[in-house]
Design a protein. Sequence first.
Length: 365
Amino acid sequence: MDQNKRTCLYDSHVKLGAQISPFGGFDMPIQYKGIVEEHNAVREACGMFDVSHMGEVAVTGPEAERFVNYIFTNDLTGAPTGKCYYGMMLHPTGGTVDDLIVYKRGDNDFFLVINAANIDKDVAWITSHATGFDVKIDHQSDLYGEIAIQGPKAESIIIEELNLPVADLEFYNFSTYEYNGDQIIISRTGYTGEDGFEIYASNATTQKIWDTLISTGRVEPCGLGCRDTLRFEVGLPLYGDELADDITPIEAGLGIFVKLDKPDFIGKDAIAAQKAEGVKRKLVGIELQDRAIPRHGYEILNADDEVVGHVTTGYHAISVDKSIAMALVDAKYAALGTELKVRIRRKTFPAVVVKKKFYKKSYKQ
């Protein structure tokens, strides 16, 4: 069996007493003090995550913009330098290869950030579609560490403790800064629903930033456990749960990131047909009338106890104190207020369809 990889910060997690578990082919910290404490730190103050397991791919060359536009659902035509774009790469069927963020670094210079569990698949997929395009694809995952600093105090902490002037950075924009004699990328992005930043740097500089911020006592080290509870509460998808090879962005309610008015891109015909004909299933929010916790894969039933869908992610949510889930259900059961049931082990629990955003996002616009 292949051994899991480790990020450049692995030893720091062990020193801090983190619970380490496999995730996406890496040994990653799941929690330090506890998921609830770490979750609340991000909502109320500032948390710091090691997300160095994410993958990075540079696409450059005379036809880089045309190529990235061809493999990506969002529209990068004439995009300004310094802007980030969220979107997906799709199969011709419309199913999702991965969701990702594309950074426009310059004319025909793009930086793609992909999910850890999909790195090998994505790099192979991107490379396989580059035939006929004058582009260079450079897989750079081993060159970068990545730290996410998230929460209402993230901006002031980065300015005061790292002396980096990030106040003017707008949401989904990035800039390059010098730190520790190194060029680093900082974007005002995140996966928590709070204001925050993601920093890409060499492994050595990533370690220095982590150590500096931990030593201040102003940031809570956070594991991937609360990263999941945080993103879930604000309705952000996780690849493998809300998006997958057989789940389209339209089914997942992410059609805003698929630009059908741009020239051809892989999966465009399938998505256009799905939008025209309507989807057969939809991702919805579900609220249970009980404290029982719905987990990934649990069945959703209608009034006649017929299976009409399944839970993609579920928790007793920390910020709203409710048992809630995202679920993929037959479209005719997707209307708000529809009464359904969730089968949890051998029992069924009444539930109702609600909006997928269970908690209000607090981004700085």
